[in-house]
Design a binder for this molecule. Structure first.
Ligand code: SF4
Length: 171
């Protein structure tokens, strides 16, 4: 089993089929304008912050922007349609930092297009237990021999796997 990453935790909160496809290296991100736009926002929205923040790598996890002075993980996102997944991703970063002795870090999710931010408080013991449950679920789903079925949800229209899931069907 591959390492659990924050991306897998994020996808667990979006769509189990997408999680399975991504984990099995079936990638179609190059077909998605949304993914390209999201990357552009991440690369340019706060182009000066690289001076202030540092990149952290922890056993296969990469946190692009960590403020070591204030112990804050910064994550930039495009829109709030899958806000729960964004929050879970940042909580997973906090979980992995905690495993490395940084127990009181918090997070800030930034939505530059919307001029909004969402604070993610330091993890509680209940949060840690929930994250361990997410990890077990990710392992279970990724370990399934068959890809989970497509589900029709709002974000399918902007998902890079749309054609794979719904080719031949009417939108
Ligand atoms: S198109 Fe919909 S069902 Fe298919 S992987 Fe994306 S979110 Fe999941």
């Amino acid at each position: 089993m591959q390492n659990i990453t924050a991306t897998l935790i994020n996808l667990y909160h979006v769509c189990h089929r997408e999680l399975w496809l991504h984990a099995h290296e079936i990638r179609m991100e190059h077909t998605s304008d949304m993914v390209a736009e999201g990357k552009l926002i991440g690369d340019t929205a706060y182009d000066r912050r690289a001076d202030k923040y540092t990149q952290v790598e922890l056993d296969g996890i990469k946190i692009d922007f960590f403020d070591p002075k204030n112990k804050v993980v910064h994550e930039t996102k495009r829109g709030r349609a899958i806000e729960a997944a964004h929050r879970a991703q940042v909580q997973y970063y906090l979980y992995r930092l905690r495993q490395h002795g940084v127990t009181d870090a918090s997070g800030l999710i930034e939505y530059p297009d919307l001029r909004k931010t969402e604070a993610v408080p330091p993890l509680t013991e209940a949060d840690v237990r929930e994250i361990e449950h997410w990890e077990a679920e990710v392992r279970r789903i990724v370990g399934q021999a068959e890809c989970p079925p497509a589900i029709r949800i709002k974000i399918c229209n902007s998902c890079s796997y749309y054609d794979l899931c719904f080719v031949g069907e009417e939108a």
